[in-house]
Each structure stands twice: as C-alpha cells, then as structure tokens.
Design a protein around this ligand. Structure first.
Ligand code: GLU
Length: 327
C-alpha cells in the first residue's frame, strides 16, 4: 500500500517535470564544447579557463557552454580535435605545423586536413631546469644524467629531442631519459629522482615556480648555438626564460633558449557560429583577457594572427574580415 502511494506520487512528479520541460523555449538548447589544454601547472590550462569564462559569460546570447580538460599536451590535443573528442585545443605552433604537414607524430597518419587555426596566443620557451648540485651548467653536461624529456603526447618531447640532437647528444643512449608529464617533473627534481627536465611553456608557469621554490636549488640552463636548428626548423625562433618570475632560481639574468607560440585550433567539423562566437569574445575583449595572465602581456590583435600553419577556420575568418584584421 505504502509502496503504491509512493509510486503514484513519483509518477505524478515525473509527469509534471516532463510537461514543464516540454514547454521550455527552444532557445534553451546549449551547445557544449570542450577545450583541450595541458597539465594544471602549465599555462594552457589557465588559458583554456580564461577563454571559456569569457564565452560562458555570454551563454544566453550564444547558447555555448565551454569546459576545459587537462590533457597530456599539444599532440594529445591535435589528435583529440581530429577525432572529435575535443572541440578546441591549445597546441604549440611547431606541432600545428607538423600536424598540418604530416610530420613527426603524424608521419604515418599523414597531413591532418581537418585541422583549422583560430589564432596564436602567448609565447612559450623551451625551458631546461637543472639541479645546481647535479653540476649541469650547459646542455653538454646532461650526458649520463637522468633527464625528463616529456611524456609522449606532449609538445615538449620533440623540442627536448631537437635540442639534444642539435647539441650532438643521442637521447636514447647518452642520457637516462624519463618521459613523465611536466606537472610531475618539479616534484621528481626536488626529491632527487631526476637531475633536470625540459618543459616548453609560457612564463610564469606553476610548474617552473614549484621547481625553483623548493629546498633543492635549481638553475636554468641556456640553450645556445642554435644556428642549424633554427635554419632547419622554420617554426623555431630565439627566445628567453624571463628570470623576473623565478626569484628562487640561481640565474640572475634572462636565460637564452629557443621558443614557439601557443596556438588555438579546432576542426573544420566544428560549426562556424561556435568558432565565430569564441573568436569574437576573445578578440573583442582582448584587453580584459590580457589581465588574466602575465604571459599574455605581449599580445596584440595583429600578432595573434601570426605563427599559424593550418588555414583559418571559416568562423574565425568571418570575424577577422568583419573587423578588418584580414582583407
Ligand atoms: N607546451 C606544452 C605542450 O604542448 C604545454 C604547456 C602548458 O600546458 O602550458 O605539451
């Protein structure tokens, strides 16, 4: 008896809820999109957060709800966007070039023809962090040491290999290469389980702060003599690690190295109106966006259209033409 009463009440509530839902206006339909980023102590993750915050603020207008996913990095993001598991991704400019041309991780799969560019974001530098007590002062000193080059799926793994190869170091034979995520490297360094690590990242980043603020003293190792490297790879340029963000490091001056740009990508399969809305929010509110992270300080509407290899997504292009950034 009791049970039947409960069931009847449940049925009545369900019926009412159903009626209410059915009378909701059609405009309440929300498009959910996911942005692939990187480790939570990198800059991609807060960048994804900053972009989604801007779009979600206008949820009523656009009907878009963006969420951020922490991932293994650039290569994972390209592949996620290509498979449809992700709608957007933040990807190093060198990785965008390689994916578009079918190089490096995409050698077997060929050019990723559905990849589309929206814009570039902050600069990233190939950052080599070493424990002072390991005696590593130059890249040559990495020989025989335990070094994290980055997880498969990250952007930095190939940058580490390129830097080592350029210095005449065979990463498979001359060093003990670890391949863990960048977010784990500072802890391993502080615990004495690795001597150094590479991370391609914007500055300041939580991971580098963590590595330079521990009890084990660390230094940034300069990467110089890059003539051949820059000549061979059009996407690399000279860059520095700005020391002002890391007072705990041994270095007192900006550290020379090479760098790339973080870029924002999507797939041709993502609807124009979704990409248009996100592009518009980001560019219309660029000054506000730039306040969200020191790494964005150098951004201008013009330089955010540089460093891209895949064609613009039509939704982004529509906006750029509207505001005269593209003729
Ligand atoms: N550049 C790194 C990668 O592509 C991610 C850096 C970050 O998360 O800020 O894997």
């Amino acid at each position: 008896m009791k049970r039947t009463g409960f069931f009847l009440m449940f049925a009545a509530v369900a019926f009412l809820a159903g009626t209410l839902l059915a009378t909701q206006p059609a405009t309440a339909k929300i498009t959910f999109v996911t942005i692939g980023t990187g480790g939570v102590t990198g800059v991609y993750y807060p960048t994804g957060g900053a972009i989604s915050k801007m779009v979600n603020k206008k949820r009523k207008q656009y009907g878009i709800r963006a969420t951020v996913e922490s991932t293994g990095g650039s290569v994972v993001n390209v592949n996620g966007v290509m498979s449809g598991d992700l709608d957007f991704g933040i990807v190093q400019s060198d990785r965008q070039y390689q994916a578009w041309h079918g190089l490096a991780e995409w050698k077997n799969r060929g050019p990723q023809k559905d990849l589309r560019a929206i814009c570039s974001i902050h600069p990233e530098s190939i950052t080599l962090v070493a424990a002072v007590d390991s005696g590593i002062k130059t890249i040559q000193d990495l020989k025989g040491k335990r070094v994290n080059i980055g997880n498969p799926g990250s952007g930095q793994r190939q940058n580490s290999i390129d830097a080592l190869t350029n210095a005449g170091i065979n990463w498979e034979k001359d060093i003990i290469a670890e391949q863990v995520k960048a977010a784990e490297a500072p802890g391993l360094l502080q615990d004495g389980r690795i001597d150094a690590f590479f991370y391609t990242v914007g500055h300041p980043s939580g991971a580098i702060k963590e590595a330079t603020a521990g009890r084990r003293k660390v230094r940034f190792v300069p990467i110089t003599e890059m003539g051949a490297l820059l000549k061979k790879n059009p996407y690399y340029a000279r860059a520095v690690v700005p020391i002002k963000f890391y007072p705990g490091a041994e270095n007192k001056q900006d550290v020379p190295t090479f760098g790339v740009k973080a870029t924002f990508v999507t797939s041709i399969k993502v609807p124009d109106k979704v990409v248009y809305a996100i592009t518009k929010e980001l560019f219309d509110n660029l000054e506000e966006f730039k306040k969200l992270h020191p790494a964005y300080g150098v951004l201008t509407r013009e330089n955010m259209l540089e460093g891209l290899s895949a064609p613009f997504h039509p939704g982004a292009l529509k906006y750029f033409k509207e505001v005269g950034l593209v003729k």
